[in-house]
Design a protein around this ligand. Structure first.
Ligand SMILES: C[S@@+](CC[C@H](N)C(=O)[O-])C[C@H]1O[C@@H](n2cnc3c(N)ncnc32)[C@H](O)[C@@H]1O
Length: 248
């Protein structure tokens, strides 16, 4: 399979969109209202734990996973770095998309990759595109290990989904933003924390110590990234303001 033969060109995609029946006058108020009701039900019923990809659990919303597919298709990265592996479903999902794009590798970092998870990830057909690194994502030695897999011309996309506290995410942003290439993204997951702080299952610190605060501090000091709201088009996401595009 060759990607150039298989996928529409930019011009073809643009033409194709002319035939898609988009609603030009969206009722944004209605979308926001429904999304907020859906978010509460989604969060309180832990629906993020219901998704599997090729048999392996992913801890995400279906909406966010489809949007991530669009981002991967648009960027066509050579390397995807994800902090926070858990069962590995998200790694296998990204690797599957890369397989269809006929390129790239996913590097998954987790402080603890449990035996049963590791076994299933490693025996999965998509493991040929996956590198697992065990250790804290903010440990410099781990970042050095990651660096060894990146070649000079590689397009790099980063997804942060490990410890979502302010200090940890900020440190991850400081370390991994350097790997991201212009036009690509660093996606900070679970920036929704302050919005769900009063919901069932939320932890006490969600309002005062969260991933969204890390994004705010990072952007104050870094003009190379800006929030891209394109990917919030469904109204529902666990990462509002978390899609950070590298613009310079
Ligand atoms: C929300 S889960 C990841 C879910 C996964 N990305 C998915 O979509 O299915 C968070 C993971 O972060 C890991 N983690 C927590 N602290 C970490 C740290 N300091 N460095 C790396 N990983 C960490 C946990 O062990 C856990 O597996």
């Amino acid at each position: 399979m060759h990607t150039k033969l298989f996928f529409p060109t930019g011009k073809e995609m643009k033409n194709l969109r002319k035939h898609v029946l988009f609603e030009p006058k969206k009722n944004l108020k209605q979308i926001r209202r429904s999304a907020s009701v859906w978010l509460k039900a989604h969060w309180e019923n832990k629906l993020s734990y219901e998704i599997n990809w090729l048999g392996i659990p992913i801890i995400q919303s279906a909406e966010d996973m489809v949007i991530l597919q669009e981002i991967i298709y648009n960027v066509k990265p050579d390397i995807i770095i994800e902090t926070g592996v858990a069962h590995g479903g998200s790694l296998i999902y990204y690797a599957s998309i890369l397989e269809l794009l006929n390129k790239g590798r996913v590097i998954g970092i987790d402080i603890e990759i449990r035996k049963h998870n590791k076994r299933l990830i490693l025996k999965h057909p998509m493991s040929k595109r996956i590198v697992l690194i065990e250790g804290s994502s903010i440990d410099n030695k781990i970042a050095e290990k990651v660096k060894k897999y990146i070649k000079k011309k590689d397009k790099v996309l980063v997804i942060l989904d490990s410890d979502h506290t302010r200090k940890h995410v900020l440190k991850e942003l400081e370390i991994y933003n350097k790997f991201v290439t212009k036009g690509s993204y660093i996606i900070v997951e679970d920036t929704i924390m302050p919005q769900v702080a009063n919901y069932k299952h939320a932890k006490n610190h969600y309002k005062t110590d969260n991933a969204k605060m890390a994004v705010d501090i990072f952007l104050e000091n870094n003009s190379k990234f800006k929030i891209d709201r394109t990917w919030e088009k469904l109204g529902f996401t666990y990462f509002p303001g978390g899609f950070l595009k590298k613009i310079a």
